[in-house]
Design a protein around this ligand. Structure first.
Ligand code: DX5
Ligand code: ZN
Length: 220
């Protein structure tokens, strides 16, 4: 089994409620919310008030991906705002273990996000404290980028690393996934698949979610 997590970054924000309903109708169970601060990444998106509003509107699992500096200042607040899952970047947090514990103590699932050029070795000590890893297959900051092909090998190595340690940590892949490569990422070990432009880019999010789930299910 895998879960598709549509990223609202590529949605029409003036019709966010409709867009959420559309992906739910297609079979999505998780909503990926990209939080960017203009420092860790060269883009600014949305924050706590929007997560609060989405929480009031939907029962979908809310997966917040924090692309922000000093995430330990905000991580637990996202759980309080209604997020079910909160990931922070290993590159942004010198107190990662503390932040992961704070997310869990607040009642959320804690995730470690990792950039394409960051080695998997940086995950080793944090893994036992994480419920999932967000393996970035593009450099974070923008939707619609091309999948970095070396991510497949990295994904396989991460899968091995988690399995060898006998950990329940899930793998989420984020960036550049479409109906052509989704089967490959699932075959390589991803359990949660984020898709932004592939879901919202064509104007038919319900159909796009169905197509992606079908394309990915081939390997399950
Ligand atoms: C990139 C974000 C991704 C993005 C994915 O910084 O973290 O979640 O929305 O979008 P696509 O699927 O278009 O690459
Ligand atoms: Zn993301």
């Amino acid at each position: 089994m895998f879960e598709l997590a549509p990223s609202i970054l590529s949605a029409d924000f003036t019709r966010l409620a409709e867009e959420i309903c559309a992906v739910k109708a297609g079979g999505a169970k998780i909503l990926h919310v990209d939080v960017m601060d203009g420092h860790f990444v060269p883009n600014i998106t949305i924050g706590l008030p929007v997560v609060e509003s989405i929480r009031k509107f939907t029962d979908l699992t809310i997966d917040t991906h924090l692309m922000i500096e000093t995430p330990n200042r905000y991580a637990a607040k996202f759980v309080e705002a209604g997020a079910d899952m909160v990931s922070v970047h290993v590159e942004a947090d010198v107190h990662l273990q503390k932040t992961l514990c704070a997310i869990r103590e607040a009642g959320g699932q804690a995730g470690i996000a990792i950039n394409p050029a960051t080695s998997l070795t940086s995950l080793e000590e944090g893994l036992p404290f994480a419920d999932y890893v967000v393996l970035m297959s593009v450099n974070p900051g923008f939707g619609g980028q091309k999948f970095i092909h070396t991510s497949i090998d990295k994904l396989r190595r991460l899968r091995r690393m988690i399995d060898e340690r006998d950990l329940p940590t899930k793998i989420e892949i984020d960036g550049g996934v479409d109906s052509k490569n989704i089967a490959k990422v699932i075959e390589s070990g991803a359990e949660i698949v984020v898709a932004g432009s592939a879901v919202f880019g064509g104007g038919e999010p319900t159909e796009a979610v169905k197509t992606l789930i079908e394309a990915g299910t081939v390997w399950v």
